[in-house]
Every structure is written in C-alpha cells, then in structure tokens.
Design a protein around this ligand. Structure first.
Ligand SMILES: Nc1nc2c(ncn2[C@@H]2O[C@H](COP(=O)(O)OP(=O)(O)O)[C@@H](O)[C@H]2O)c(=O)[nH]1
Ligand SMILES: [Mg+2]
Length: 381
C-alpha cells in the first residue's frame, strides 16, 4: 500500500497538469460500522500523498447511526449528505459528483473493499492523460479476497463479458474509479438504472482513454452487501440502454433481428400446436403468421424501438402490420427478380436475397415511419 503512495507523490511533483483537489464520493446505505475505519484510512493517505482529499458520504437515510458516527468525526474535509427523497446507489453517486468540490472525482464503496491507498496512483494516471481510471481486480497485480465464492466470481465475470462491446476494460464492475470533474461535466443524458455507475460514466462521458490500476479487493468485514437479484436484472436493462446510446441504429437493428428470430420460433410453435389440434393447414398458417406478427409488434415496441412507447399503440400496430405485409410483397418480388437473375443458383439463394430485402424494408419502415423518433418521450430509454 505504501508503494502506491510513494509513486504517486513523485509523479505529481510540480507538474503543470497536476490535479490537486480530490473529492471521494462514497455512497452509503447502512454502513455505520465501516465509516470511522474508512475516515481513518483516508486521513492517512491524505497526509502521506499531499493531495487535498475531501470525503463526501452520500447516505440514503440509513438510520443506523451513520450520521452520529460521522458527526463525531466531523472535520472540514469530511461531509455527509442524507438523501431522503429517493433511494438508489447510482443516483446517490451522481448527486455526490454534482456537489463535489474537487477537480478529481473518485467513487468508492464504504465497506473497505477498495484500497484508499490506490487513489494517488489513479490521480497520477489522470494527470498523464487518462480520461477515466478504474481500480481493477482482473489486471496483472490485481486480486480478490480468497473467500469470494464461486457464484459471486461467476456473476462478476458474466456481467463483465456482457459489457465487452462497450469497453475493453477488464473490470468495469468494481465500483472504484476516478475521473476529472471536467469529464464528468461532459456527460450526456446520465440516467443510470441499478449499480453500474462506472460503466454509465465511461459510455455517456465518451471516455476514450480508460485505464486500470491493479487493486486487491477485500471482502467486506461489517454489514451486508446490498447487491440484490433485482439489481442484477436492472443491469440487463442498463446494458441495453448503453448499447442504444453507443451503437444507435445498429443496436436497434440487432434487437429487430433478434425479435424476428423469436417471431420465427413463435410462428412454428403456433403452427405445430394448431396442426396437432386438427386445425386445417390454411387456417393454421394464417393464425401462426398473425400471432407472430403480434409478438413481433409487442417486442419491437418494448425493446427495439422503446423510445416510441409514448405513441398511440393502435396507430403503431396498424402501421406495423401494414409495413410487414408490404414487406412480404417486397420479399416475394425480390425473390422472383433474383430467380431470374441468378441463373443456375438454387432457388434457396434467391429466397435468401428476398428475405434480406424484405427484412431491410420492414426494419426501415418500422424505424422511420411506424416508430418515428418524433414519438420520443424522454431521453435515455
Ligand atoms: N446511497 C446509497 N448507497 C448505497 C445503496 N445501495 C448500496 N449502497 C452503497 O454502495 C456501495 C456498494 O454497495 P455494496 O453493498 O458494497 O455492493 P457490492 O460491493 O456489490 O456487494 C456501499 O458503500 C453501499 O453502502 C443505496 O441505495 N443508496
Ligand atoms: Mg461493496
């Protein structure tokens, strides 16, 4: 731990890019036992590094004595804000960052799992030109406490893998990170759901130079983790929003194609069931198409084009079925055209060309006519 402090102090000496004031934003919920220990550790690093740290606890009305504990230790560089209107880790962090005084903003857990001693190194990385610095368990020199259960490890790895298209960072999940206030101020549309505020910030603040410094991640000693199953499900919703923000039209197309895939399964399942129930083939095929069109509509409205959920669903449904029917005509006409042009190629190749043309037609009309952007209600959906 002392190695970090020494390195950072050297790196900062008289540099024109030196960043001297640092606000450590610590979201807290029922962490009273941990707070005095954390204040002590920050005080020690503060003394050793020469950085002007201040510590801002953002508490969501824990009512567990946190206020009294911090009140007893009050110094000009230690503050506690109690939020009573809403509860949420990411909201608490964002509000803390907006209130923070420092040129550098650091976020860390209150539970002593993140080493305060790494902060001077993180600050020096920002001074060297990084936009964003993560404390990382998964780079060389990083580690986690031995008693991390397999399930928790697996959970963290899967979550990281899902974020891979957004960042090549090995560990964007540890919740320990630093950025310049100026970078934070560039953030557009900050609207986090759930726990992964670091991921939200690197995407929405368009951070390009994201670096990691190794940390040893300690198991919390007091209190319980607040990471619930609900938070983990919210993570999927959060990821989807970040994909839309980063990849725009491409992410809509990917969702549209996935919905089409699901629609195919729905179609075949309904057809199989109806045929098994003795329904005549013509009627069963028509019903299967109708049901899959409805499921495609619902899924596209909920996911691919969720920004348009505020629009009239009747108008959208009629538009979607009309566009899909016309898409079938485009598919048919293109297939016939391709059959004529492709000479000796098997008809399946022409059919694939037709399917591609029909799908492109459906996607473009859905995106630009049926679920037009003019229906956008709020940002970041
Ligand atoms: N203000 C606030 N802080 C929270 C909330 N949920 C968790 N925290 C804090 O956020 C940090 C991370 O939570 P933690 O339970 O350690 O999650 P884990 O590290 O993933 O197990 C801790 O300092 C918690 O006290 C919340 O709803 N509001
Ligand atoms: Mg924690």
């Amino acid at each position: 731990m002392h190695r970090w402090t020494a390195v950072a102090a050297d790196a900062r000496a008289e540099s024109p890019t030196a960043l001297t004031s640092v606000t450590i934003v610590v979201p807290t919920y029922r962490e009273a036992e941990n707070l005095p220990l954390l204040i002590d550790r920050v005080a020690e690093v503060r003394r050793a590094s020469g950085l002007a740290f201040d510590l801002l606890f953002m508490d969501d009305d824990s009512r567990d004595g946190s206020e009294a504990v911090v009140g007893a230790r009050l110094e000009p560089w230690v503050q506690l804000v109690v939020r009573t209107d809403e509860r949420g880790l990411s909201q608490a962090v964002l509000e803390g960052m907006r209130r923070a005084r420092g040129e550098v903003l650091v976020c860390m857990d209150a539970d002593l799992s993140h080493p305060v001693e790494a902060i001077p190194v993180m600050v020096s990385k920002l001074e060297e030109g990084a936009d964003f610095v993560f404390g990382s368990r998964y780079v060389d020199g990083g580690s986690t406490a031995d008693d991390w259960g397999f399930l928790r490890w697996l959970n963290s790895r899967v979550a990281t893998l899902l974020a891979r298209p957004l960042t090549s960072v090995r560990d964007p999940m540890a919740g320990f990170f630093a950025l310049r206030r100026a970078t934070f101020d560039q953030g557009q549309d900050l609207n986090p759901v759930g726990y992964k505020i670091g991921l939200e910030l690197i995407v929405k603040c368009r951070c390009e130079r994201v670096v990691e410094v190794p940390i040893h991640f300690e198991q919390r000693r007091f209190g319980k983790s607040k990471l619930s199953l609900k938070q983990q499900l919210l993570y999927l919703q959060h990821l989807r929003r970040l994909y839309v923000f980063r990849f725009g039209l491409w992410s809509q197309l990917a969702q549209f194609l996935a919905v089409g895939g699901i629609g195919t399964v729905v179609n075949l399942a309904v057809l199989t069931l109806l045929l098994a129930a003795g329904v005549a083939a013509q009627a069963a095929v028509a019903a299967a198409i109708l049901v899959s069109m409805c499921s495609n509509f619902l899924l596209n409205r909920r996911f691919s084009f969720s920004y348009a959920r505020g629009g009239s669903w009747v108008r959208q449904f009629l538009g979607f079925t009309a566009a899909s029917s016309f898409g079938a005509v485009v598919n048919y006409a293109t297939t016939l055209f391709a059959l004529g042009r492709l000479g000796g190629a098997p008809p399946q190749v022409a059919a694939l060309v037709g399917i591609a043309a029909g799908t492109a037609f459906n996607f473009l009309t859905s995106r630009y006519l049926v679920f037009r952007m003019s229906h956008v209600r709020t940002s970041g959906r």
